[in-house]
Design a protein around this ligand. Structure first.
Ligand SMILES: Cc1cc2nc3c(=O)[nH]c(=O)nc-3n(C[C@H](O)[C@H](O)[C@H](O)COP(=O)(O)OP(=O)(O)OC[C@H]3O[C@@H](n4cnc5c(N)ncnc54)[C@H](O)[C@@H]3O)c2cc1C
Length: 409
């Protein structure tokens, strides 16, 4: 059946890292793409492109490379050559190593603002992409042939139609709310405090993941020998930690982390992010697909959230590209079902992995602490287990998309 004539083939709500990636992946395919973004690119209040840094898995680099996005990012990305995982005050340690996997890096660390600048410039420059920003999704009606979307554009409302509507509007997705798609939220009772710190010793490309009784603490290698800190604290401790002066905060950090990186010398601005797990009952509805944080919000313990979202992008883009190349309808039910089925296993695996890491490593019961430390040691000395964990961390387990295999859509 010939698709109905609409304003857009694909309309993406949310120009965060995941929504912007989808628009970029589908550029140059003679599709009419719209991106609705509430907060302009470059604005200090942009929630996705803030002061955080992000660990991009090796598999994400491969997807970006095929999309032509890696070249402009490469100079700003710090390679992760090793990952050092430990349990504070106990014996278990595991080390993952890029050389052992015969790759240049297990992943890369990059500042979110750099990603924001790249996406902002790309979306603004493309004749086939309409960047509608600042604008918000205000209403949504779906019938068999199209979705009709009401946009609030600087106080004025207007409607546009699209064959496929993509909800990439984050953890509190309006698309999800307007469609009454239920989401189950589990509050971890933890908050991530992030900042950049400068250690006394060179980080040598090592990422540290240290589990402590109040939550995991990560230090990721960055440019200029800085480290990106993600300190997960209990909610009741956050006000105190955020209220400390820089010297006192670095002392507290030193106590938690130890001296593997020498004495911490400097710290940048601190920000706090309350943490929860969101599981969504359905990832598709008629004419609608959810991707990224709108479809799943994770604890940042293993740095998987965006990497998982980019794999949503790679799958949806592949199916849409295949369908539209032969004149098909990108919002057809068969497209949406294929997307949902393909993504199910990866979502379940990554959610189970991150959630169990948080629960098992926060558990103070001695038998559990023993078991998890034996587990860390076992992974360290058993090559097959280490290889499996490393491939998982690199985002290379499961069925790979064309973009991840270096093949254009
Ligand atoms: C402390 C911390 C550290 C993290 N570290 C890592 C890491 O190392 N590696 C990793 O892979 N992941 C990490 N993550 C997760 C990662 O940040 C998220 O998975 C990712 O940012 C999700 O991107 P998104 O585009 O789906 O959603 P968002 O970034 O939330 O973007 C949603 C966009 O939609 C817009 N929007 C919302 N509502 C509307 C509306 N009604 N109309 C129009 N626009 C709207 C918003 O303005 C926003 O720009 C971390 C998360 C946290 C909290």
């Amino acid at each position: 059946m010939t698709p109905r004539k609409t304003d857009y083939d694909i309309l993406v709500v949310g120009g965060g890292m995941v929504g912007a990636s989808l628009a970029c992946a589908l550029r140059d395919r003679q599709l009419r793409i719209g991106v609705i973004e509430a907060v302009p690119f470059g604005a200090a209040s942009q929630p996705g492109y803030d002061d955080r840094s992000i660990a991009l898995a090796y598999g994400t680099r491969r997807i970006f490379e095929t999309m032509g996005l890696w070249q402009p990012l490469a100079d700003h990305a710090t390679p992760i050559r090793n990952i050092h995982i430990s349990d504070r005050g106990r014996f278990g340690i595991t080390r993952l190593d890029a050389a052992r996997e015969r790759v240049d890096a297990l992943g890369y660390v990059i500042e979110n603002r750099i990603l924001g600048a790249l996406f902002g410039a790309m979306l603004a420059a493309r004749p086939d992409i309409d960047l509608l920003s600042p604008a918000t999704l205000a209403g949504l009606q779906v019938d068999r042939e199209a979705a009709t979307v009401t946009i609030n554009d600087n106080g004025a409302e207007r409607t546009v139609t699209t064959l496929l509507l993509v909800g990439a509007d984050g953890a509190n997705s309006a698309v999800r709310r307007l469609l009454d798609i239920p989401a189950r939220r589990w509050d971890y009772g933890q908050t991530a405090i992030i900042s950049n710190v400068t250690p006394g010793r060179p980080h040598l490309g090592t990422a540290y993941e240290r589990f402590t009784d109040s939550g995991p603490l990560a230090l990721l290698p960055m440019t200029d020998n800085r480290c990106s800190l993600v300190w997960t604290a209990r909610n009741e401790d956050v006000d105190t930690l955020m209220g400390l002066g820089d010297v006192e905060f670095l002392d507290a950090l030193q106590q938690r982390f130890g001296y593997r990186l020498g004495r911490f010398e400097r710290i940048g601005t601190r920000h706090a992010y309350p943490l929860s797990l969101n599981r969504v009952a359905a990832h598709v509805r008629s004419r609608v697909a959810l991707i990224g944080n709108a479809a799943h919000t994770l604890h940042p313990v293993a740095g998987q959230g965006f990497n998982l979202g980019l794999r949503d992008v790679a799958v949806l883009a592949e199916i849409v590209a295949q369908t539209t190349a032969s004149g098909g309808d990108p919002g057809a039910q068969a497209v949406l079902q294929r997307y949902a089925q393909w993504r199910r296993g990866d979502h379940q695996r990554v959610i189970a992995f991150t959630d169990s890491l948080v629960r098992i490593f926060s558990n103070p019961l001695p038998p559990i602490a023993w078991a998890r430390n034996l587990g860390l040691l076992a992974v360290d000395i058993l090559p097959a287990a280490k290889h499996l964990l490393t491939r998982h961390t690199m985002g290379l387990s499961g069925r790979q998309t064309r973009l991840a295999r270096g093949l254009r859509l």
